[in-house]
Design a protein around this ligand. Structure first.
Ligand SMILES: [Zn+2]
Length: 395
């Protein structure tokens, strides 16, 4: 049996007045998605059922069949996996943003979208002064870096994601908890190093935001996830552009090819993603194609882009991938978003999402099109979203 999972990130939404009371997916033309519901079933799965905030990492772990309350340890160790950083059992990964702060407030979580090359130089300057055998800095892409504390176990801290506390007073939003002192100290000391750095002086002169401080958050030990093959007995491959999803794939023991032109944004090369998914079906049991664009549109509150992204996924990803899948004698396909990112709220919400499933052995339900409203009253409902994967694979 060949299995295909397609996740249009953040696709689910709420009814909008601007769309005459319809949601973006109801307003969008999605003949391929609707065909899956017609041939198989439309159901509802609560993929944000855990106690954690409904991040894409948590929700995706859940829809892949792993209860986040059991397995999730934090965002940074998943990103570390995507950067091929090895973590030992007592190593803690911490996300290390380059941010912009003024003398009082956190201004920008991305340090003015610092270019990767400059970001590397800044993180190296920080590492030269603050790095030790125990504290190791790893430069990443743009403002997104990783700090690893080796050998000491997890940090007992609560730390705010910087994108959630923009324009707040630093003193009010610094990490708290037993080990917070160390993180605060590193963050304060990074400021002395970065403020004076020639790159930041030049940025200020050019009227750009300086990346003048590090912000530490998202800490966690390496999650003890059984591989997908161990848990479900199927080999897997993930086609994705975003680090979090690729990192999760690494941890699950999947192949994680780099797809040229996959950007994680509206301009992503949908055809290239579909081609990569179709190729991966040849030598894997389970192929997961992730598309980030609807979530980005949701965060921007952009109805038009969200509908365009959903229609592009339907036409260019679901259509060709399902057609290729149907060449195999036995197959199943599942399409669902990881969580809703409603246009009106512009962030993720903890609500159930609709899923569409069809293929070999999937008994057809009542003929309905894909929509949030139809899913709410569907016969098949998963209160525990992590139970859906077993149902998809084995029912
Ligand atoms: Zn997401």
């Amino acid at each position: 049996m060949k299995y295909l999972l397609i996740v249009p990130d953040g696709m689910a939404d709420h009814p909008l007045d601007q769309l005459g009371g319809r949601t973006p997916v109801e307003a969008a033309l999605t003949p391929n998605l609707d065909a899956i519901c017609m041939e198989g079933i439309l159901g509802s799965a609560h993929t944000t059922c855990s106690s954690h905030a409904p991040g894409s990492d948590v929700a995706t772990m859940c829809l892949l069949g792993y209860n986040p309350d059991e397995f999730y340890t934090g965002r940074a160790p998943i990103e570390a996996a995507s950067m091929n950083i090895e973590l030992g059992p007592l190593d803690t990964a911490v996300r290390c943003n380059l941010i912009t702060a003024d003398h009082e407030k956190l201004i920008d979580y991305s340090g003015g979208a610092i270019p990767t090359e400059d970001g590397h130089k800044l993180i190296r300057a920080v590492a030269d002064e603050l790095g030790t055998d125990e504290l190791v800095f790893y430069p990443g892409i743009s403002y997104r870096n990783i700090l690893v504390r080796r050998g000491k176990g997890d940090l007992r801290v609560t730390a705010n994601p910087p994108h959630d506390v923009m324009n707040r007073r630093l003193e009010d939003v610094f990490p708290t908890g037993e080990d917070a002192g160390m993180l605060r100290d590193l963050m304060r000391r990074s400021r002395d190093i970065l403020e004076q750095h020639p790159i930041n002086r030049n940025r200020v002169q050019a009227g750009k935001s300086p990346a003048n401080m590090i912000w530490l958050w998202g800490n966690g030990l390496k999650p003890a996830l059984p591989t997908f093959e161990d848990r479900f007995g199927r080999s897997g491959c993930v086609i994705a552009a975003v680090d979090l999803i690729k990192g999760l794939g690494q941890i699950l023991g999947w192949d994680v090819p780099n797809v040229k032109g996959a950007t994680g944004y509206f301009d992503t090369d949908y055809d290239a993603k579909a081609d990569a998914g179709i190729e991966a079906l040849k030598d894997h049991d389970f192929v997961f194609v992730h598309v980030e664009a609807p979530d980005e549109a949701g965060h921007e509150g952009n109805i038009e882009e969200k509908i365009k992204a959903i229609e592009a996924i339907d036409e260019k990803v679901i259509g060709p991938c399902v057609a290729a899948l149907k060449q195999y004698p036995e197959y199943r396909v599942l399409v669902l978003p990881d969580h809703p990112t409603p246009i009106a709220i512009r962030t993720h919400v903890k609500e159930a999402v609709p899923f569409a499933m069809c293929g070999t052995g999937v008994r057809a339900g009542p003929p309905v099109s894909y929509s949030e409203a139809n899913a709410k009253v569907a016969e098949v409902q998963f209160e525990n979203g992590y139970e859906l994967m077993g149902y998809f694979l084995d029912s």
